[in-house]
Design a binder for this molecule. Structure first.
Ligand code: KIV
Ligand code: NA
Length: 258
C-alpha cells in the first residue's frame, strides 16, 4: 500500500520507526522504493551529489523539477517529498505557493520540504498547508544557510537549543506534517520528539527521533567526503571502479565481446 501522511502519523503513535532516503533519478528511486524506504526525499543535496556543486545554493527550481519528475516515475509505494531550492520560497508566501505549486503539479510528488522555523517561515508553512500542499520542515543545521551557520552542530548552547525547540513548535502549530532535525544534540531531538504530535526525522540527531534520513550517496559510499554522522553501508565507488577497470581490461585484451 502506498505510504500516506496519515500513515506516518500513525507510525509515530505506534513507535514504528520511519525510514527516509534521498534520491536524484529514476533508477536510484526505483531501487530504494522496492527495497522498502517509507519516504523518498528529492533533497537539494543532489546539487552536490549529482551535479557537482559545492553547496545546495546554486540549485534552480527548473533543475529540481527535472530531477523530482524522474524520481517520482520510479516510485510506487514511498511518499515522495521534494526540497524547495534556495530562494524559491524565502521571499514571500506567494513565492512559496508558486514554487511548491509547480513542484506538485509538474512532478506528481506529494509534498515539499523547506528550511527554517522562524515566524516568517511558519507563516509560509501555514499558507501552503491551508491550500492543500503538505510541508515537511527542516531545522537545526540547515544547509541553505551554510554561509551563516557553517556545517557545525546546532543547538549546543541553552539559548540556541531553546530557539530550535521553539522553531519545532512553530512548524508543528503551522501544520507541517513532519520535521527533519539535522545535526543537533540527541537530548534536544528527544525532547522535541516527545513534545510535538508530528513525526521527527533525524539526521545526526541521535536515536530518539521518530525516523531517520540518510543521503543515499553517503549510504552507498559514492561521496568521498562524508559528514561525521553518515554511515556508508557499502562502497559503490570501489565497486564501480573495479567494474570499469575490468571492462577496460577486457576490451583491450579482446576478451569482450567474446
Ligand atoms: O537535501 C537533503 O538531502 C536533505 C536531507 C539531508 C534531510 O535535506
Ligand atoms: Na535539503
Amino acid at each position: 500500500m502506498a505510504v500516506t501522511i496519515a500513515q506516518l502519523q500513525k507510525w509515530k503513535q505506534q513507535q514504528r520507526r520511519i525510514t527516509v532516503l534521498t534520491a536524484w533519478d529514476y533508477a536510484i528511486a526505483q531501487i530504494l522504493d522496492e527495497a522498502g524506504s517509507d519516504v523518498i526525499l528529492v533533497g537539494d543535496s543532489l546539487a552536490m551529489t549529482a551535479l557537482g556543486h559545492q553547496t545546495t545554493l546554486p540549485l534552480s527550481l527548473e533543475a529540481m523539477l527535472h530531477h523530482a519528475a524522474a524520481v517520482k516515475r520510479g516510485v510506487k509505494r514511498a511518499l515522495v517529498v521534494c526540497d524547495l531550492p534556495f530562494l524559491t520560497y524565502q521571499e514571500s508566501s506567494q513565492q512559496a505557493i508558486q514554487s511548491a505549486g509547480r513542484v506538485l503539479k509538474e512532478t506528481g510528488v506529494q509534498a515539499v520540504k523547506l528550511e527554517g522555523g522562524n515566524d516568517a517561515i511558519a507563516q509560509t508553512v501555514a499558507t501552503l498547508t491551508r491550500i492543500g500542499i503538505p510541508v515537511m520542515g527542516h531545522i537545526g543545521l540547515t544547509p541553505q544557510s551554510v554561509h551563516h551557520l557553517g556545517y557545525r552542530q546546532q543547538g549546543t548552547t541553552s539559548e540556541t537549543a531553546k530557539q530550535i525547540y521553539q522553531e519545532a513548535l512553530n512548524l508543528s502549530e503551522a501544520g507541517a506534517f513532519s520535521i527533519v532535525l539535522e545535526h543537533i544534540p540527541s537530548d534536544l531531538a528527544h525532547e522535541i520528539t516527545a513534545n510535538i504530535p508530528i513525526p521527527t526525522i533525524g539526521i545526526g540527531a541521535g536515536k530518539y527521533c521518530d525516523g531517520q534520513v540518510l543521503v543515499t550517496a553517503d549510504l552507498l559510499g559514492l561521496t568521498p567526503k562524508q559528514p561525521p554522522f553518515a554511515k556508508p553501508y557499502t562502497n559503490l565507488r570501489d565497486i564501480i571502479t573495479t567494474a570499469t577497470q575490468n571492462y577496460i581490461a577486457d576490451v583491450k585484451n579482446q576478451n569482450f565481446p567474446p
